[in-house]
Design a protein around this ligand. Structure first.
Ligand code: 5RP
Length: 263
């Protein structure tokens, strides 16, 4: 693999543990001012010390993250749809030139396998990889799931493997039963999305199960920033990902830090 790609990936996946806690705050690209991200800067700022990278759009990056912040950026470069339209009909929204100008560590794009726009999104991924590779920029493929699509290991395994076959350097997907197989057959590092907000204890279990099944970490959004205590939550997730802390211990950590946050 190209030195630049390896070096950028090492900014995201920490070489010390081989794991990563990515903070996803890109939701506005199709959800608008979603709960917890109404004023992104306010949400992001206290979480920054505990995130290994930030996944976001250029709009949020420019307006809501101080350029002096040394955090690696995973730039979402796909979009063009909203929650009111056909979500799978995404295209590339941001050029590689812009990604370089913004000094990103990676670019991210969603693929919609099994949707009406499967082919377009897969070819967009291939085009993005062809171009990003020229400049040593890794590509994170996000296996987006429509309402009508299942989230089982057969389907997610299919999406992840196709992304890897097209050349993605990392894949973001959902945790499911039989996740070890999905990870093993993906060929490149896998991170999980948290999905819709669930109780903290369940989200910590999800993170634990994912890393124990071989994921290199999480790219979590709503289960962190929609938590009542986002800092406590990301710190508990960090302990699971980087220290292999058991979920019950991590929940205790969450409770004790959230107690401090309340005071
Ligand atoms: C959609 C996305 C999201 O915008 C986001 O990154 C998902 O994170 P989470 O599910 O943890 O809120 O990738 O496909």
């Amino acid at each position: 693999m190209d030195w630049g790609i390896k070096n950028r990936l090492a900014k995201i996946i920490k070489p010390k543990t081989g794991r990563t806690v990515m903070l996803a705050v890109d939701h506005g690209y199709f959800l608008g001012p979603t709960s917890g991200l109404e004023v992104p800067a306010r949400t992001i700022e206290p979480l920054l010390p505990y995130a290994d990278s930030l996944m976001l759009t250029r709009g949020v990056l420019r307006t809501s993250v101080n350029a002096n912040t040394p955090i690696p950026i995973v730039l979402r470069v796909s979009g063009g749809t909203s929650i009111l339209g056909n979500l799978s009909n995404e295209g590339i929204t941001t050029t590689i030139k812009e990604a370089i100008r913004l000094n990103v560590a990676a670019v991210a794009l969603s693929i919609f396998v099994g949707s009406d726009h499967e082919k377009e999104t897969l070819l967009s991924l291939a085009d993005l990889i062809n171009e990003a590779q020229e400049y040593g920029i890794p590509v994170l493929a996000v296996t987006a799931v429509g309402k009508e699509m299942s989230r089982d290991s057969r389907y997610l395994g299919l999406c992840c493997r196709i992304a890897a076959e097209l050349g993605a350097h990392m894949v973001k997907t959902y945790y499911c039963d039989g996740f070890e197989k999905v990870v093993e057959q993906c060929l490149v590092p896998v991170v999980i999305a948290g999905g819709k907000k669930i109780p903290e204890r369940d989200a910590l279990n999800l993170a634990f199960n994912a890393v124990q099944s071989g994921a290199v970490g999480v790219d979590m959004g709503r289960n962190v920033f929609q938590s009542e205590y986002p800092v406590a939550m990301i710190r508990a997730v960090r302990a699971i990902v980087h220290e292999n802390m058991a979920p019950e211990e991590a929940y205790k950590l969450y409770s004790s830090i959230s107690g401090d946050e309340q005071k």
